[in-house]
Design a protein around this ligand. Sequence first.
Ligand code: KIV
Length: 271
Amino acid sequence: MSYLKEFKKITTHSLLQMKQQNERISMLTCYDYSMALLLDSAGVDCLLVGDSASNVMAGHETTLPITLDQMIYHAQCVVRGTNRALVIVDLPFGSYQSNSEIALSSAIRIMKETGAHAIKLEGGLEVVDSIKKIVGAGIPIMGHLGLTPQSIYQFGSYGVRAKEADEANKLLAEAQLLQEAGCFGLVLEKIPAELAKQVSEQLSIPTIGIGAGNACDGQVLVMHDMLGINTEFKPRFLRRYLNLGELIPQAVKAYVADVKSQDFPNAGESY
Ligand code: KIV
């Protein structure tokens, strides 16, 4: 069974229906117009303009440096290339942590200046007030628990989170709080599959996993990772669908050789 034909445009309500009807939700990150055209036409349900743009687009070590203006630029490009998918944009580090007024004004900027459909932010109890404020303004919001990369310097590593009972129980409680605060969905990053299953069964809103096993209501991957652009990154949870990290250099080497040998352009490629 597929919703590809049924849903002309994916909304937060479609995602809820998918959970209720046990249809898994597909999500990929996206940061630019041309890729948005390709991913959207291939039928991915949600495009996440992730703050992982800080890593894969800008080359930073962490997601912390990317700014709200830069996220808005990426989101504008993705929205222009999207017809069917739900476009969700990360609130970047520093744009919501101070207080709920600042969080709301950052969320409003994203919605007003990009045409995206929803936003996402990281954290549990500490962001509940901001979530309520943002939802109160009519903006759909997705939560993000488990490994939250904006807190990497507090965690100290990108290892699996919530392996111990204390942290697992805290995560279960915070997932419930985020749902009650009004989140329409929840990303679960790098937590044990059994815990993600428990969260997914406990919540009525969809969970989207990355490194969180097969029981989540949907899955998300960073587009550069699943296309094999970044060959260095090989976590256990990653499935590579293409090896662009090899294919692109092969194509570029062929182009360079053709230019050097004066094979390119030939008569048919000239005016
Ligand atoms: O920024 C991002 O790419 C994300 C996903 C890993 C969920 O938040």
